[in-house]
Design a protein around this ligand. Structure first.
Ligand code: HEC
Ligand code: HEC
Length: 224
């Protein structure tokens, strides 16, 4: 799916690697992964190393079990493994290129082999997602209405049609239940402006106003 919206712009390539602090994380990751993370090595070790990488490297932002507490860092626990693997590949190939993706994830994903990506995806998919808390009940009920019915007057489709009635997602449609509202809001704005360039979600978000984005994000955060 991602190959279709790769834009390969020179701007993106130039911006790679300008964030020095992350080089430390990337170096740690390479040490931990050792030969296991390289694509030319035997693959059987990836499932053994992946949880170590997840806990000691990725865990500093995403939480050791993927239930991050800082709303800037998305929750990964219980996320669909197909979606996780696709996103890690999109960071690695520099297709997913909004500023936070560039700053935080391009370096992290740069040296991951397909096998390590699959093993990391399996690790997070196997973790139990903890529901978030927050939002007022009026916001949440407005958000539920948008999630279940869309906003017909603005041509916004129901989110549940793709993300599932329980918001648990399936394959390329990510789980949204329990995700930090701040992260969801930011992604919706990124899809709208095409900074995160995905045609299907641009179509959904293009006519969604900020207030409705905020409401649907508040609803999603408290879903189990
Ligand atoms: C220094 C903090 C940091 C570290 C370390 C880090 N990440 Fe991230 N990660 C982020 C941020 C910030 C985002 C959101 C980027 C955006 O807004 O587009 C993100 C996004 C992601 C996503 C996309 C989630 C989604 O719902 O679309 C995945 C998957 C991911 N990271 C996996 C990992 C893995 C695996 C590692 C370890 C190899 C890792 N991250 C290490 C900060 C970090
Ligand atoms: C036609 C199907 C479809 C509909 C309808 C849809 N989505 Fe999506 N959504 C997707 C797909 C596919 C992705 C994964 C995009 C990618 O591969 O990067 C996605 C990704 C997302 C993400 C990013 C998740 C993450 O972890 O980074 C958010 C947030 C999101 N959708 C919210 C919504 C909301 C809110 C609605 C309703 C207003 C909605 N979606 C309706 C298909 C859909």
């Amino acid at each position: 799916m991602h190959d279709t919206h790769r834009d390969g712009s020179p701007r993106r390539r130039q911006r790679r690697g300008r964030h020095a602090p992350l080089l430390l994380g990337a170096a740690t990751l390479l040490c931990l992964a050792g030969g296991a993370a390289r694509s030319d090595e035997p693959t059987a070790v990836a499932p053994v190393y992946a949880p170590k990488i997840a806990i000691t490297v990725c865990g500093t932002c995403h939480g050791p079990d993927g239930n991050s507490t800082n709303p800037k860092f998305p929750r990964l626990a219980g996320q669909d493994p197909t979606y996780l693997a696709a996103q890690l590949k999109a960071f690695r190939s520099q297709v997913r290129g909004d500023p936070d993706a560039i700053s935080y994830m391009w370096g992290m994903a740069a040296e991951l082999s397909d096998e390590t990506i699959d093993a990391l995806a399996a690790y997070y998919a196997g973790q139990r997602a903890q529901p978030g808390a927050g939002g007022t009940s009026a916001r949440i009920s407005r958000g539920r209405d948008i999630y279940e019915h869309g906003v017909a007057a603005q041509g916004v489709p129901a989110c549940s049609a793709c993300h599932g009635s329980d918001a648990h997602g399936l394959q390329n449609f990510p789980r949204l239940a329990g995700q930090h509202a701040q992260y969801v809001l930011k992604q919706l704005a990124s899809f709208q402006s095409n900074m995160r360039n995905v045609a299907i979600m641009h179509g959904v978000a293009q006519n969604l106003n900020l207030d409705d984005m905020d409401a649907v994000a508040a609803f999603l955060e408290v879903q189990p």
